[in-house]
Structure formats: C-alpha cells, structure tokens
Design a protein around this ligand. Structure first.
Ligand SMILES: [Zn+2]
Length: 85
C-alpha cells in the first residue's frame, strides 16, 4: 500500500496550484492527499467546498493582477509621452 510510505516517512507535498500569493494547493506525490492554505495560514484538507472557495479567490486574484498590469502600462505610456513633450 502506498499510504504506508506516508505513515512512515510523512507526506511528500508538492504545490499543485498557486491560488493567490498566500494561498496554495498541495498534493502528496505518494497518496494524492490534497491540502490547501486556510484563511489563517494553516494547512487544511482540500475539500470540495475549499476548492470552490479557491476557484473564486483565484479569479479575483487574476483580475487584480490584470488591473495592476494595465495601470503600470498606462503609467509607462504617460511617462513616454512626457519625455517626447
Ligand atoms: Zn501521502
């Protein structure tokens, strides 16, 4: 059984998804047990409910990144215009 390895040596967790800068999803390479970061920073089991929450978090996070990127591009554009003038 695969789980015996985890019982003896502990789980071998790898990041499977970066939800936000602080929230990640992990899966054990051996037994496929999944964890995620909870609101207070602890690791908890990744239940379907938390997967749903993470989906929403990820969407919000990506929107924010896009907005910041656009803002920066605008700033660079304006700087370029100023240098020409
Ligand atoms: Zn494991």
């Amino acid at each position: 059984m695969k789980n015996i390895h985890c019982m003896v040596f502990g789980h071998d967790f790898k990041v499977t998804r970066n939800v936000t800068y602080h929230v990640k999803e992990y899966a054990c390479k051996t037994c496929k047990k999944q964890l995620t970061t909870s609101g207070n920073g602890n690791l908890i089991e990744l239940t379907p409910k938390f997967k749903e929450i993470n989906d929403v978090l990820e969407r919000i996070h990506h929107k924010r990144i896009l907005r910041i990127k656009k803002l920066k591009e605008n700033q660079i554009e304006q700087k370029a215009k100023l240098q020409i003038a």
